[in-house]
Design a binder for this molecule. Structure first.
Ligand SMILES: Cc1cc2nc3c(=O)[nH]c(=O)nc-3n(C[C@H](O)[C@H](O)[C@H](O)COP(=O)(O)O)c2cc1C
Length: 271
């Protein structure tokens, strides 16, 4: 039984965003079409600086960002990231990287040897960069800019590492397109809150019901029209293609299977 006070209960009953931050968060949508207008350099700096204000494990700040504006480099990146045209179209591409190279230097300067062989150190850097890039996303959206994360930066990691001249102990985790939106796509509804929020302990009661309801909601949005994930032996024009089919196809295929090897080559041993 919930221990909420009367005041809290009445607040809950009329629950709606209480600040412009929450309102802005709920307006988020990934943008995949951009105007050619450039972004002032100071805006990019303000966006990355906002990223830097995110909490960071032990203040280690184990990440770096490479901001790419050069059109030729963006075209090459679009090709390396699965021919995603929005990478070449957006005036700025941010490559968000896990970075233990700076800490390696800190160790050298102070006479220590950094331990980089365990998964934990890599996870610290991945969490740090994830928090920073989401802060940056919100900052960009507050300028009226659109963004789209690019996980496909890990499609051809060796080539991206070479292109952006990433040193040992620096690894690209996600890209981000940045530009003035030239489209107003539909927002993707999210799973019902009760499917992801568990009070006191993990509780799967009603899980299938939530999933099936969400599956229908997503199918009805039309978001998957013409964008069904290919899967061997399955049609790409399935009428009841919703979140379940989309997500199942996405996770039932091996992806980027050489990542561990490339991480090792970059100095992340992942033991
Ligand atoms: C880590 C990460 C990687 C992503 N990679 C890509 C990508 O390579 N290409 C793309 O078009 N969208 C990419 N996305 C965007 C997701 O497809 C999108 O966030 C999701 O479908 C929900 O849509 P919304 O952001 O509009 O709410 C990525 C998102 C995240 C968080």
């Amino acid at each position: 039984m919930s221990q909420l006070s009367e005041a809290a209960l009445s607040r809950e009953a009329t629950a709606k965003p209480q600040s412009c931050v929450i309102e802005q968060i709920h307006q988020h949508v990934s943008i995949r079409r951009y105007k050619p207008d450039p972004i002032p350099r100071e805006w990019v700096e303000a966006i990355v600086a906002a990223g830097q204000r995110a909490a960071t494990s032990s203040n280690l700040q184990a990440y770096s960002v490479v901001a790419v504006t050069d059109a030729q480099t963006r075209t090459t990146l679009a090709h390396l990231c699965g021919e995603q045209a929005h990478i070449a179209q957006a005036p700025v591409f941010l490559a968000w990287c896990a970075d233990l190279a700076r800490l390696e230097r800190a160790c050298e300067l102070r006479g220590y040897k950094q331990v980089t062989r365990y998964v934990e150190n890599f996870l610290v850097a991945v969490v740090d960069v994830s928090l920073a890039m989401q802060n940056a996303t919100l900052a960009a959206e507050s300028f009226g800019l659109g963004t789209c994360y690019i996980g496909a930066i890990r499609n051809n990691p060796r080539e991206v590492i070479r292109l952006l001249r990433l040193p040992r102990l620096v690894f690209p985790i996600a890209g981000m397109t940045l530009g003035f939106p030239d489209a107003a796509p539909k927002r993707h509804p999210r799973l019902p809150l009760r499917a992801v929020l568990h009070w006191e302990c993990y509780d799967r009661t009603g899980e299938d019901e939530h999933l099936l309801a969400y599956d229908r909601t997503m199918a009805e949005t039309g978001i998957y029209d013409g964008r069904q994930v290919a899967f061997p032996g399955k049609p790409t024009d399935m009428p009841d293609y919703g979140w379940l089919e989309h997500s199942a196809r996405r996770v039932a295929q091996p992806m980027r299977i050489e990542l561990r090897q490339v991480l090792r080559e970059q100095g992340f041993e992942l033991e």
